[in-house]
Design a protein around this ligand. Sequence first.
Ligand code: SF4
Ligand code: SF4
Length: 275
Amino acid sequence: LTVDYRVMLEKGEQIVKAMRIVSKLFENAKIVFGIEDNKSDSIKVINGFIKPDDKMDICQLKTKYPQGGERSLIYAVTGRKINSHMLPADAKCIVINASTAYAIYNALYENLPLIHRYMTVSGEGVNNCNNFKVPIGMSQKDVIEAAGGLKPEVCKVIAGGPMTGSAMGNLDVPVQKTSSGIIAFTFDDVAAMNQSNCIHCGKCMSVCPSNLVPQMLCKAVKENDTDRFESLGGMECVQCGCCSYVCPAKIPLTGMFIMGKAEVKSKAKRNGGAK
Ligand code: SF4
Ligand code: SF4
């Protein structure tokens, strides 16, 4: 999804203006623009609008995945760690993405509420991949039509990013304020996978940004052992999809952990608490 990248390129001045106001709301606040080092044009644009007396800086981040989540960004920029029980404020941070910063500009300078989203429509199954400014509430089907529609051979459409998005059963659903993109595939890699047993290769563990042991979490989910899932740190899973991606046994680990987390939360609710 390239939408935040385009917003930075085309609305850089507005983003810097919005963040200048945000910085005045917090005493001693410093604004850090965390931008991956493969986006040198965005870095140049943002840098061009920062004035010498702004308490603003650009932190060039190593290009890697996952990097965009709050926890990853806070760690990459400040070295501070937060877990699932903490808020960014616990690390004395607020994380605002490019589109949100632009929405702040619109609210403060143009008196415009959040009525549009910028979305990427992409994938080999789309006729004209592009980024769009979309009214919130518009049917995602119409957004796809704006991109020239789907090719006949499309077999799967997902809402969201390639690693974290979810398959859409119905395209006629409204764009929400959290919608970021639509990707259409002409080949369903997941359906074509032949799942086998875990071979204990440890690859999932080596890529987990939350330092979890996915093969053990997987066992806990299979055995419906929510206590063990929790004690193994399952709630710290950020659902990045890296473990599923590298698993040679093609085990849908991330999907299992989404279920495991939901089960821990519903169990806590049943017991009168909250997670
Ligand atoms: S999805 Fe897998 S790799 Fe990503 S945080 Fe969760 S367990 Fe770790
Ligand atoms: S990557 Fe897959 S096969 Fe390897 S240890 Fe993890 S779950 Fe098992």
